[in-house]
Ligand binder design. Structure first.
Ligand code: IPE
Ligand code: IPE
Ligand code: MG
Length: 239
């Protein structure tokens, strides 16, 4: 095997952790067992990303549309999220990770919301990697949320329509203050965005991986970084 050298670590990596259910079916396990393994992998990937020097890692844990799954799966996923927040966050705090959660928080069970608020408060001054977890997140609803906030400011004469720039709009997104992702990784072989970071992904490099999320390893993460560093980013300039 050739020696791999990562010379250019992406500053912000966004991940669509997909394929837990199919992985479970392949192993004759329940979907929830797949999600459980998925959480373990997420934990390892968070550590690997922090270690190699990623500044921002955004993980898609639960989408706005995932609420439509059957009730048993949804409550199982919520229980796993709660477990993760309770058991992993202290460790991450020790590793200087800052937690932020993006999404429609008001839809989350109170207990989870409280845990999120506690962990965000506890880790807010940490200077290591920022872990942004997208929970009950949908990009279209984020865009509408931002648009409403801007419209209210215009209505109240606190903002002139001609002053609405990309920078002003960005400040009203859940991801305000976080640079756009450099690299998006989606596992499971699906090649779509699934209502994730539609504004923020405008010039992100996309890497699709054939493995299901529970089989994804830190080695695969490094492979994705190698693909990324060989891409030529142009941002609209001539080749
Ligand atoms: C990703 O795995 C986790 C969540 C969406 C919560 P899936 O549950 O989507 O697994 P597949 O895509 O059905 O295999
Ligand atoms: C996207 O995966 C959401 C998460 C990984 C949390 P989905 O499995 O929900 O997306 P689709 O339905 O395949 O597009
Ligand atoms: Mg899926």
């Amino acid at each position: 095997m050739t020696k791999k050298t990562i010379s250019k670590v992406p500053d912000h990596v966004a991940v669509i952790m997909d394929g837990n259910g199919r992985w479970a079916r392949q192993q004759s396990l329940s979907r929830l067992e797949g999600h459980k393994k998925g959480i373990e992998v997420a934990r390892d990937i968070v550590k690997a990303a922090a270690k190699i020097g990623v500044s921002y890692l955004t993980l898609y844990a639960f989408s706005s549309e995932n609420w439509r799954r059957d009730q048993q799966e949804v409550s199982g996923l919520m229980a796993l999220l709660k477990y993760y927040l309770e058991h992993e966050m202290q460790d991450l705090h020790k590793e200087n990770v800052r937690l932020r959660v993006i999404g429609e928080r008001e839809l989350l069970p109170t207990l989870i919301l409280t845990l999120i608020e506690e962990m965000e408060e506890l880790t807010k001054s940490n200077k290591g990697m920022t872990l942004q977890m997208a929970i009950s997140y949908g990009s279209r609803s984020e865009l509408i949320h931002a648009t409403k906030a801007i419209a209210e400011k215009v209505r109240d004469h606190r903002l002139n329509p001609e002053d609405i720039t990309e920078e002003v709009f960005e400040k009203h997104l859940y991801t305000s203050g976080i640079p756009d992702p450099d690299l998006l990784i989606r596992t499971s072989g699906e090649q779509r965005i699934s209502n994730y970071l539609l504004w923020q992904l405008a010039y992100t490099e996309l890497v699709f991986i054939e493995k299901f999320w529970p089989d994804f390893t830190s080695e695969d993460l490094m492979d994705a970084f190698l693909v990324y560093q060989n891409r030529e980013r142009r941002f609209g300039t001539a080749a």
